[in-house]
Design a protein around this ligand. Structure first.
Ligand code: ZN
Length: 306
């Protein structure tokens, strides 16, 4: 919903109730969308944001030995690289001057189409090569869970983490409903050390046209049994970092990395939506624990994929 222009060029938009929370949906041109999630009804001042980026010929190439599909996209080379804080594309806009990807005066949880998407809904034909190729069909979204440039998953309020999990549940369900999508992965990469190009805390959602081999193998383990059943009773106490009635955060005895934490709900469910609102709210505690434990161990904000 939009109202007439303010003096500074902003338009007023209001959220509408949906799935236990409130959401404002903002078309951003070229098929891009911005979703603003909040627990209570609210309005936003909407400015003119950053424009679309096109090109990049997204496609997959098949690895000749493993058969895995590897994503290639030239448009990623042009993505915003470590901008000054004042030019951060994930900060809210205070006027029409410095444009961002979230062009509203404030927000709680924002999810929007990645301007530098590695995969696109309308993918062009893949290039002819000496190996198998496929169109780069898919959807890439960016997830920002605080307008505060300095925030982190472990320092924002548990209520905000619960809102984030609710918003992810909604978007993942919507993306999975797309006939071209076979697997949806929400994640967060944090830290310049692992290649993150924006310091503003944020996650991403990748909606893929196939199920990655590693995920397929892990999912197959649940076909006949629940390999993680009763885990919270079986784990040695010193490996448990947080536990409540809905889930657990722990260091796995099968850790692949020197520092590794798993966050697992007690219920075996297919996805975040199936977990239910109450369990998602409970999971906020173990979700906040993982980055907090890592930061505490190193006494600084440590890089991680989540
Ligand atoms: Zn920022």
């Amino acid at each position: 919903m939009t109202d007439p222009l303010h003096e500074d060029g902003a338009t007023a938009i209001t959220s509408v109730a949906a799935d236990g929370l409130y959401r404002a949906t903002v078309p951003r041109g070229e098929g891009r969308r911005l979703y603003l999630f909040s627990r209570l009804a609210r309005s936003y001042r909407l400015f003119d944001g950053l424009p679309s980026v096109t090109g990049g010929s997204a496609h997959f190439r098949q690895h000749p030995l493993t058969g895995e599909w590897i994503s290639y996209s030239g448009v990623r080379q042009g993505r915003t690289f470590l901008p000054q804080t004042a030019e951060c594309p994930l900060c809210a806009m205070t006027s029409g001057e410095l444009k961002t990807d979230i062009p509203v005066d404030d927000y709680e949880v924002a999810i929007f189409t990645n301007r530098f998407a590695a995969l696109t809904e309308e993918a062009s034909p893949p290039p002819d090569m000496i190996l198998e190729t496929r169109p780069g069909t898919g959807i890439c979204e960016v997830v920002s869970y605080s307008a505060d440039h300095q925030a982190s998953l472990s320092t924002i309020e548990p209520d905000r983490v619960a809102l984030l999990l609710d918003a992810l549940a909604i978007r993942c369900t919507e993306l999975m409903a797309n006939a071209d999508i076979a697997y949806v992965m929400p994640f967060e990469n944090r830290g310049r050390e692992i290649g993150v190009t924006l310091d503003h805390p944020h996650g991403q959602i990748y909606a893929l046209p196939h199920i990655p081999d590693r995920i397929k193998k892990a999912a197959d383990a649940f076909r006949t049994d629940d390999p993680l059943a009763g885990l919270s009773q079986r784990l040695p106490e010193q490996l448990v970092l947080a536990k409540n009635k809905s889930g657990i955060a722990f260091v796995p005895p099968w850790a692949r990395y020197p520092f590794e934490i798993w966050i697992v709900p007690h219920q075996q469910v297919a996805d975040l939506a199936a977990l239910g609102a109450e369990a998602r709210a409970d999971m906020a505690a173990p979700v906040r624990t993982a980055p907090g434990e890592h930061d505490g161990a190193f006494e600084s904000a440590i890089a991680f994929p989540l």
